[in-house]
Design a protein around this ligand. Structure first.
Ligand code: K2U
Ligand code: ZN
Length: 170
């Protein structure tokens, strides 16, 4: 397995729309394993393939306290979302250090293929529902800062670009 570099906002590659996975094979399973290792290493609870510059519909998630219940969602589709919506504080491994409120459906029903290529249906609420919607946005090329005001988004963009310049100096 390998740690994969995570793209940082405002990298334009984060705005790429991911294509469906054609076959759940050894390559896709290796990608999911590398994504899980990368997510755990970064103390995240989710990661989309888009964030590691692989533009295929693969998401990994682990919302367990023990960090031992990994979910691999391949070609995920939300087939139902509750009318009830909640605002929760979100962060993103591609926008380090930035957290802000985002409104999303309180609960979702998702179908996806698992790492063995089997079709699964998942009912999610709470943090899992938020994470799934956050990661599915990534697969559509959307970063959570796009839900914020233009003023907030521009301040975040400036901060991220400054941090990138500082890192390049080292
Ligand atoms: O897409 C990601 O970067 C993964 C997010 C998933 C997530 C975001 C908001 C709400 C629920 C889940 C992060 O792994 S979770 C929060 C976080 C952000 C930065 C650094 C560490 C953890
Ligand atoms: Zn994210």
């Amino acid at each position: 397995m390998a740690l994969l570099p995570i793209l940082c906002y405002p990298d334009p590659r984060l705005n790429t729309v991911a294509r469906p996975v054609r076959a759940v094979d050894a390559r896709v399973r290796a990608l999911a394993a590398d994504m899980l290792q990368t997510m755990y290493d970064a103390q995240g609870i989710g990661l989309a393939a888009t964030q590691v510059d692989v533009h295929e519909r693969v998401i990994v998630i682990d919302v367990s306290d023990e960090r031992n219940q990994p979910l691999v969602l391949i070609n995920p589709e939300i087939i139902w979302a509750s009318a009830e919506r909640h605002v929760s504080d979100e962060g993103c491994l591609s926008v380090p250090g930035i957290y802000d409120g985002v409104e999303r459906a309180a609960a979702v029903k998702v179908t996806a293929l698992d790492a063995q290529g089997e079709s699964r249906t998942l009912d999610a609420d709470g943090t899992l529902a938020v994470c799934i919607q956050h990661e599915m946005d990534h697969l559509m090329g959307k970063v959570f800062v796009e839900y914020l005001s233009p003023l907030k988004r521009n301040r975040i963009r400036t901060k991220m670009l400054k941090a990138r310049r500082e890192a390049e100096k080292v």
